[in-house]
Design a protein around this ligand. Sequence first.
Ligand SMILES: *[C@@H]1O[C@H](CO)[C@@H](O)[C@H](O)[C@H]1NC(C)=O
Ligand SMILES: *[C@@H]1O[C@H](CO)[C@@H](O)[C@H](O)[C@H]1NC(C)=O
Ligand SMILES: *[C@@H]1O[C@H](CO)[C@@H](O)[C@H](O)[C@H]1NC(C)=O
Ligand SMILES: *[C@@H]1O[C@H](CO)[C@@H](O)[C@H](O)[C@H]1NC(C)=O
Ligand SMILES: *[C@@H]1O[C@H](CO)[C@@H](O)[C@H](O)[C@H]1NC(C)=O
Length: 449
Amino acid sequence: MQVTSLFPFHKLPYQVWLMMVKRRMFPLLIASALAVMVYIIFTLSRSQPGNHQHLYPRHISDQSITPVNDTKHFMVGAYKEHRVTGCSVRIISIFRRDSVQPLYCVFYCGTHWANGTKAEVQMHSDHFGFPFVTTDVLCPNLPDCNPSHVTLATQADAKLAQNQSFLRIQNLVKMEEEEFQFNFTVCWSNLFGDYNNVLQVTQTLEMYKLLGVQHVVVYNTSCGPDLERLLQSYTQEGFVEVVPWPIDQHMNPSRGWQPIEHGGDIHYYGQLTTLNDCVYRHMYQSRYVLLNDIDEIITPYQHQTLPQMMDVLQRQHPKAEVFLIENHIFPKSQFEPSGKFERPRWRDVPGINIMEHIYREEPDYRIYHPSKMIVRPRAVEQTSVHSVLRNFGQTVKVPPNVCHIIHVRVPLRRGLTKKELHEDKRVWDYERQLVPNVDKALEQAGLLI
Ligand SMILES: *[C@@H]1O[C@H](CO)[C@@H](O)[C@H](O)[C@H]1NC(C)=O
Ligand SMILES: *[C@@H]1O[C@H](CO)[C@@H](O)[C@H](O)[C@H]1NC(C)=O
Ligand SMILES: *[C@@H]1O[C@H](CO)[C@@H](O)[C@H](O)[C@H]1NC(C)=O
Ligand SMILES: *[C@@H]1O[C@H](CO)[C@@H](O)[C@H](O)[C@H]1NC(C)=O
Ligand SMILES: *[C@@H]1O[C@H](CO)[C@@H](O)[C@H](O)[C@H]1NC(C)=O
């Protein structure tokens, strides 16, 4: 296999090919293409039947949840780790806590196999008592291996593991911020049941567009029929990315956060795993990632947009990497009296009209008051819902008068009257663009008659 070290062109990431095209480096481009052809012919000529070492993993998983053979665990995503010394690849996984056994990372190194090396299993601290927990598997560095695919096996021999499902390793190239595709990405934790809150989701997506977000990701187990149409329309447009999340095909996911009350195998349909996977997927794609729920809008109150706000916050706190944003609840049971946004066009669209609910609960600061987050994903190692578990940088609590979450839902502090709530019409400030944009999005999805 010495030939391959002379021609490493077949391992070039696609970005390099793109760059060659963009910069019109045609001689180099042709030479690289020729080298790849020589490589392919060379490898094909070697793969006679009877040669038991396959030249490439035979099964590459295209699922977002892949069982680990001979165990009760699951792999979700494999990511090259550029920040932790001694660790080459991190596999975001779901482990059954009572069944942990020694595991090996078996690499396919682009041109050859490497026998497995002992994996370091890091179960996250927040499992809420459920049998399954989000887990990071750290695969050690291996000399002479530039891994492209990885799997977990119960034994170290690569030959025996060759027929297992391998994951493609993502984040192979450590991109610089200037090259990122997005500045602001929203990660919504998972969608399940027959959730069909179309109007609130449309208003939320259009608010996020006006606030300067470029990309919204949602992990989907299931949803209602109208929301399905809406998400398909936004996916076609390119603003929303839906990641399939068939967790219910592998275990009995819980609809809540307490095993005693809600039963099931894993907290909230595996919400913690999807948030971690989303952070790693966007580590070298998005400058900031917003971690919140589908019915929450992280809204700036002193700036028009999130980029403007983050510029200022980042200048005030140059070392900050995690920004905690207070959650504020706007009860859906309180309506503003003028009825100016009770629009006939929206009457038959299922879901909450957030523009009618402009009264905000004062948080009860004596009890635990949860926040959600804006993070620089490159600084995050492990995240939970309301805080990060392990990270490299500093954490800043953003004052609520600078930014808080608009969360229209059932009241948290029941029995409060309008007088005891704060009027908060921030969404109305965006009315002139928001209302026609919501109409247009609903029309595009075929949800307005
Ligand atoms: C991998 O392990 C097997 C079994 O222990 C051994 O026979 C083989 O030589 C090893 N391969 C390499 C490349 O080290
Ligand atoms: C892998 O699959 C091939 C083709 O089915 C088979 O010949 C080979 O024995 C299998 N290897 C192992 C280790 O199971
Ligand atoms: C997975 O494990 C089962 C049970 O031990 C075994 O029969 C099967 O061959 C393994 N599959 C692969 C692809 O290694
Ligand atoms: C991200 O922000 C920078 C300046 O802060 C800007 O130059 C760049 O165009 C923005 N990227 C996107 C995708 O909007
Ligand atoms: C969400 O997942 C369900 C179940 O797999 C699927 O039927 C539906 O089409 C998915 N929705 C979207 C918008 O991808």
